[in-house]
Design a protein around this ligand. Structure first.
Ligand SMILES: Cc1cc2nc3c(=O)[nH]c(=O)nc-3n(C[C@H](O)[C@H](O)[C@H](O)COP(=O)(O)OP(=O)(O)OC[C@H]3O[C@@H](n4cnc5c(N)ncnc54)[C@H](O)[C@@H]3O)c2cc1C
Length: 494
């Protein structure tokens, strides 16, 4: 039986391990941290169960397909609720709007903010539906040659949707008000890109989110990781935690195993790295074997943004809040330029506010709530000192909570944790402390141009997760696991 070693137990690493097992390989996952899950992780303390990473589950079909490929039905194993509204959006001036996935309600809400824009909303979503369908053609395939990119029909149709324009500029053609422009352009931040720089093709996420629905699994996102771990145990995949890899062993140009930090060596027919791809090349592969990705190329790549997270347990409930919300600073552009261009600390950070206990009170002791705040921040390339910045950002976020949630919020905090950009670097080996994923989704780091899931310079070495294609986010890393499995099946004639 062929053997595979998967370095890293992120969502993509676990999905890949299970798919390879299903194909008949003997698979072991080695994970640096104590708890598997990578960026999709959890804190379980003092009766609180807080998802620490992703909370927005869109493109649920990618989760359904992953389970189907393994021979299971995810809906029989986990209980999903569709959220509606998807988000409440708070603005600097105290106004707020709800982004419903019920289209009639969404149109009414949009019309309230900008009279007459309801009609244009449908044109906007229609244009993005088209982008979504066409873009799927590019994200659900393995690339071998640049000509694989050139499906002329899909390419021409994509150009017709103006997919090459900037996202914010294109949203601005449909909506005049600053509020709606913000509300329909922020999604690119989840890919580590400013909407002022992102190609408008990424409005497909806005469509996936608004029109295809956002879901919440009971127990939170980490319940999916837990379920994958249960399947791993049932299917015979060993997941070893606190087992950091120190080096990918290479003989005669072929990956033959891994040396762990404790000196133990594990051999395998193939090695799949789910750890950040730039980190894998820089730290786990000796320079002599790195023809394709020498340090100078890795340093020239464009890295995504980071984030500061504040997790709070409070001793009261807030029936007026929505499960998911966003706060946009008044000067959206200045906020985004600080994060993505000057890489300095934004003065009035925009943030994501998640209150999962609104849907699932079982995540906290009775009468308590969980509050999750995620403020996108510059990655560590900007040199911000987080020992001095973190208390400042925490203070700004708490002041905003006083304005939009409860003027006495501080007196209700009974549990608190934070996660900073330097934590992403030290805990999960994210190069430059990126949060959502390592490599930004510029044109030349997407599709064929993103690092491939098979190393060209080292036989038997593969990649899965956000660093390879299709890219960042839970649905994309699940697709990357599918593409990896297809690639291995072809290479090993399985
Ligand atoms: C705060 C936050 C919010 C997010 N919000 C959303 C969201 O709402 N919706 C969404 O779809 N996506 C979201 N994302 C993005 C999404 O979580 C990630 O893109 C995705 O989970 C990455 O999965 P992955 O398979 O690439 O592995 P990762 O999660 O990146 O895991 C890699 C694993 O490799 C391990 N590792 C590293 N080095 C070694 C080593 N030497 N030896 C062994 N193991 C090693 C790490 O410890 C880690 O466990 C969010 C991410 C963050 C951080």
């Amino acid at each position: 039986m062929k053997t595979a070693l998967v370095i890293g137990s992120g969502l993509g690493g676990l999905a890949a391990a299970l798919r390879l097992r299903k194909m008949g390989l003997n698979v072991t996952v080695i994970e640096k941290q104590e708890r598997p899950g990578g960026r999709s992780n959890v804190l379980m303390e003092n009766g609180f169960r807080m998802d620490t990473g992703p909370t927005i589950l869109v493109m649920k079909d990618t989760f359904d397909e992953t389970y189907r490929a393994l021979g299971y039905d995810i809906n029989q194993r986990l209980h999903f609720t569709q959220l509606d509204p998807n988000y409440r959006i708070y603005f600097h001036d105290g106004d707020s709007i709800d982004l419903y996935s019920n289209m009639a309600r969404l149109a009414a809400e949009v019309d309230r903010v900008e009279p007459g824009s309801g009609e244009r909303l449908f044109q906007f979503l229609g244009a993005n539906a088209r982008k979504y369908e066409l873009a799927m053609e590019f994200v659900t395939r393995n690339y071998d040659h640049i000509t694989d990119l050139a499906n002329p029909v899909a390419g021409v149709r994509l150009l017709e949707t103006q997919a090459h324009q900037r996202m914010y500029a294109q949203v601005s053609r449909f909506f005049q008000s600053d509020k709606l422009r913000k509300a329909f352009s922020f999604h690119s931040m989840f890919l580590g890109l400013s909407p002022f720089d992102a190609l408008s093709i990424y409005s497909l996420i806005t469509y996936a989110d608004m029109a295809r629905g956002m879901f919440y699994p009971k127990g939170g996102i980490y319940s999916i990781i837990e379920d994958l771990l249960t399947l791993a145990a049932e299917m015979g995949v060993e997941v070893r935690t606190q087992a950091p890899a120190a080096e990918i062993l290479i003989q005669n140009g072929r990956a033959v195993g891994v040396r762990l930090e404790n000196g133990e060596t594990l051999s395998a027919d193939l090695v799949v790295s789910n750890a950040d791809l730039p980190y894998t090349y820089q730290k786990l592969i000796p320079a002599a074997h790195r023809r394709d990705y020498p340090d100078r190329r890795l340093e020239r790549m464009e890295y995504a943004c980071s984030g500061y997270l504040l997790y709070l347990g409070v001793d009261r409930t807030y029936p007026q809040l929505q499960h998911q919300a966003l706060y946009f600073s008044d000067d959206y552009r200045a906020n985004l330029d600080a994060i993505f261009r000057t890489r300095t600390l934004p003065g009035d950070p925009s943030f994501h506010l998640n209150v999962p206990t609104q849907t699932d009170p079982s995540l906290a002791p009775p009468g308590h709530s969980l509050i999750y705040m995620l403020a996108p921040m510059p990655n560590l390339q900007g040199g911000v000192s987080w020992d001095s910045a973190a208390p400042q950002v925490r203070e700004t976020l708490l002041s905003r909570l006083e304005q939009i949630v409860d003027p006495h919020i501080r007196s209700h905090i009974v549990w608190e944790r934070e996660y900073r950009p330097d934590d992403f670097a030290s805990r999960i080996n994210a190069v430059h402390g990126t949060a959502f994923g390592s490599l930004a989704h510029g044109l030349f780091q997407s599709a064929y141009f993103r690092p491939h899931n098979k190393a060209r310079d080292i036989q038997g070495l593969y990649f899965v997760g956000q660093g390879t294609y299709p890219g960042i986010g839970m649905p994309m890393v699940l697709l990357s696991a599918r593409l990896l499995a297809e690639r291995v099946a072809r290479d090993f004639h399985l």
